[in-house]
Design a protein around this ligand. Structure first.
Ligand code: HEC
Length: 194
C-alpha cells in the first residue's frame, strides 16, 4: 500500500485490512479454484504495463475484495478512494484522454450496487475480468485456470452480515490464508504468455 492520500494515517492503514468476506465452497476442487483466484488477485504479476511495474494488484484497489478509501495514485485517482480505470497510464487499450475517476466499489458490497453479474456460471463475469487484465491493465491473457480462479473468487465476495465495517489486521484474519511460498508458486506463470 504505497499510494496514500496526504495526511492519511499510514500506521492504521498499513496494519489494518477491511475484513475479507468470502465463503469457501465445501467441494475441494471448487475451493481450490477460489484459492487460486485469491492468490492471483493479490499479485501484480497478473497485470501488465505500468500497473505491474508500480506493483499494483487487484487487491491494491480492492483490499481483501473490498474497496480502498485511501487509494491515491497520482494521475489515476481524483479524491482518495477513486481511480480512473481508463487512464492511459495503466491502459494502452482503454486509455482515453478523459479524467473520470470513479469510486472503487466494494466487491463484497450490496449486489444491487454492483454492475457486473456475480454468477460464476454466467460468461459475463469471465469476459469482464479477462478484459480487466488484458485491456484495462495491459496484462497478458491469463491462463484459463487463473481466470477461472478469479471468477470463482469474485463470485464469492459477499457481506451478508451487518458488521461490514469491522476491521481485522491481516495477521489475525480467520479466513484461510495462503502462505508466502504458496502465493509465489501460484504467481509464477500466471499468464498464458509468460
Ligand atoms: C486502480 C484501481 C483498480 C484496480 C487495480 C482494479 N480495480 Fe476493479 N474497479 C476499480 C474501479 C474504480 C471500478 C469501478 C469502475 C466503474 O464504475 O466504471 C472497478 C470495478 C470492478 C468490478 C465491477 C464491480 C461491479 O460494479 O460489479 C470488478 C468485478 C472488479 N473491479 C474486479 C477487479 C479485478 C478482478 C481486478 C484485477 C484484475 C481489479 N478489479 C483491479 C478499481 C480497480
Amino acid at each position: 500500500m504505497r499510494w496514500l492520500a496526504p495526511g492519511a494515517d499510514a500506521a492504521r492503514i498499513l496494519t489494518h485490512q477491511p475484513a475479507e468476506c468470502l465463503s469457501l465452497p465445501r467441494d475441494a476442487e471448487a475451493a481450490w479454484r477460489v484459492e487460486v483466484g485469491r492468490a492471483a488477485f493479490r499479485t501484480p504479476l497478473l497485470l501488465g504495463g505500468q500497473a505491474a511495474r508500480a506493483g499494483v494488484a487487484c487487491a491494491t484497489c480492492h483490499r481483501n475484495g473490498r474497496a480502498n478509501a485511501d487509494f491515491d495514485f497520482p494521475g489515476v485517482s481524483g479524491a482518495p478512494g477513486t481511480a480512473d480505470v481508463t487512464a492511459s497510464l495503466f491502459s494502452a487499450h482503454r486509455g482515453d484522454d478523459l479524467f473520470d475517476p470513479r469510486p472503487i466499489p466494494d466487491l463484497a458490497g450490496p449486489m444491487d450496487r454492483l454492475k457486473v453479474s456475480r454468477d460464476e456460471a454466467s460468461p459475463a463475469l469471465k469476459t469482464f475480468i479477462r478484459g480487466l487484465v488484458t485491456e484495462e491493465f495491459d496484462g497478458d491473457p491469463p491462463l484459463e485456470a487463473v481466470l477461472d480462479g478469479l471468477v470463482a473468487g469474485s463470485s464469492r465476495w459477499s457481506a451478508p452480515w451487518p458488521a461490514r465495517t469491522a476491521r481485522r489486521t491481516s495477521s489475525n484474519a480467520s479466513a484461510p490464508r495462503i502462505g508466502g511460498a504458496a502465493s509465489a508458486g501460484h504467481a509464477a506463470g500466471l499468464n498464458a504468455r509468460t
